[in-house]
Ligand binder design. Structure first.
Ligand code: GLU
Length: 451
């Protein structure tokens, strides 16, 4: 870390080339929540220099997903608006002799890779471009060929202390010199990430373990640009239940799809953070509570399966504890009234938030009461016993009258009451529902009248 006295700076750098999936959410959450907990800065940085694949629609979808998860970046940047900085870095690397032009086409490179393989050599770039003479270069230029630019690796052991994986080394002698500038002049994120991480004083780079090799390369680039390497944490990747890797392109477990399926954002966040760690997967009451648990050293090394069935259970468990204030707005958008009393009455019975609307319909009516012929007299008598004085405690006062009068107890007492009052076999406690249903509607329903 460049300056231990300053607060941490973290970033999430998605490319807007598809919908975010839960694996991307894991990265976003680890960065955002760590920054939040440590009083640091969280940057959302759109990695959008690949103009052929990036779209404004996907960028907008990312913003929507971040907002849904409850992550509010302190700063938002678009790499496409920062090109002069990358131009300057490229000039610096060229001047230092670390960036060289290469003219091979994809087909030529493929042919060479195959021939190296046949000879039992690793399929590395052979640095043929470094041998081009001034005359060769002039000829290629005259033919109108445009180069791509490769970073000349030192070919050494690059080492760092990873916050998840411990001591890590990458031998850059085993890697091809990476292309940093494409033939059309566009930049690859291998360069742009580094330039921005240096300029934005990023202190912690937290990303998937698919970037480990890349980190070896990027540390060389950081040093070539005169920067200081940040701390790195490479977390394990999430997979489908089958073990197959998540793909943005294939739209696996996208946040949008999970949202549309009615999963709770907090449940998605909890599972995305806690799966694949030595911590228990459980519902948390807030993102702050989740942030408090973040501990890079507890992240496992093996890939972890993200189980949609577990997510549904966690969505329900999350709803069962959500305070009214955090759902009030969403409830009113669903047309659900009844305030906090209603929410506290029904939240324990919800599998998905929209289920609250079903219970609100039961409270509001009209519903068709269910009255079995053999219970009709009992229910009518119970209606006569409904207390005049209504209030939160009306149910126990009423039952205290109904029980001795009817001689019924247990299920024969309670089940017909529930069927008549709610029209449903099961549901939230009648003790909480009855005060909300009100005396008039309750009396009608007990008499078998739609109300
Ligand atoms: N856009 C890259 C990715 O999502 C950024 C990697 C990084 O965090 O540096 O894989």
């Amino acid at each position: 870390m460049s300056n231990p006295a300053s607060a941490p700076v973290l970033r999430f750098a998605p490319s807007p080339t598809g919908l975010l999936h839960v694996g991307n959410a894991r990265t976003a959450l680890y960065n955002a929540l760590y920054a939040q907990r440590e009083g640091g800065t969280f940057i959302l940085r759109y990695d959008d220099t690949d103009t052929a694949r990036s779209t404004p629609e996907f960028a907008q979808a990312i913003a929507q997903d971040m907002a849904w998860l409850g992550l509010n970046p302190d700063r938002i940047e678009h790499q496409s608006a920062r090109l002069p900085r990358y131009d300057a870095a490229v000039e610096k690397l060229k001047a230092a002799g670390r960036l060289y032009p290469a003219y091979e086409s994809e087909e030529e490179l493929e042919t060479r890779r195959l021939s190296r393989r046949r000879r039992g050599l690793p399929p590395l770039y052979d640095r043929a471009a470094l041998k081009l003479t001034g005359a060769d270069l002039a000829k290629l230029e005259a033919e109108g060929r445009r180069p791509h630019w490769r970073f000349k690796l030192d070919g050494r052991i690059v080492a760092w202390e990873d916050m998840v994986r411990g001591h890590q080394t990458v031998d850059t002698a085993t890697l091809s010199d990476p292309v940093l500038v494409r033939e059309d002049g566009s930049y690859l994120y291998t360069l742009t990430s580094v330039v921005d991480d240096i300029e934005m004083s990023v202190t912690h780079v937290v990303r998937g373990e698919d970037h480990v090799t890349n980190t070896g390369v990027q540390i060389e680039i950081i040093e070539a640009l005169g920067g200081t390497a940040p701390g790195f944490a490479h977390h394990n990747l999430l997979t489908l239940p089958s073990g197959e890797g998540l793909s943005k392109r294939l739209g696996h477990l996208s946040l949008k799809a999970l949202r549309e399926a009615g999963e709770e954002a907090l449940a998605v966040a909890s599972l995305a953070v806690l799966t694949g760690t030595s911590m228990a997967v459980e519902s948390v009451e807030s993102l702050d509570a989740l942030a408090a648990r973040i501990d890079f050293s507890k992240i496992s090394r093996a890939p972890a399966r993200f189980d949609p069935v577990e997510l549904s259970a966690l969505t329900a468990a999350t709803l069962h504890h959500l305070p009214y204030a955090t759902v009030a707005e969403r409830l009113s958008a669903l047309g659900v009234g009844g305030g906090e009393a209603f929410w506290l009455a029904v939240r324990g019975n919800l599998a998905r938030l929209p289920d609250a609307a079903l219970w609100w319909r039961v409270v509001e009516g009209p519903i068709e009461p269910v009255v079995a012929p053999e219970d009709a007299d009992f229910l009518a008598a119970a209606a006569d016993l409904l207390p005049e004085e209504w209030g939160e405690d009306v149910y126990p006062r009423w039952i205290a009258l109904v029980k001795p009068a009817s001689g019924r107890a247990g299920r024969t007492l309670f089940h017909p009451l529930r069927l008549a009052l709610t029209g449903q076999e099961s549901g939230p406690e009648l003790k909480a529902l009855l005060p909300l249903i009100g005396r008039e509607k309750a009396a009608a329903r007990l008499r078998g009248v739609r109300a």
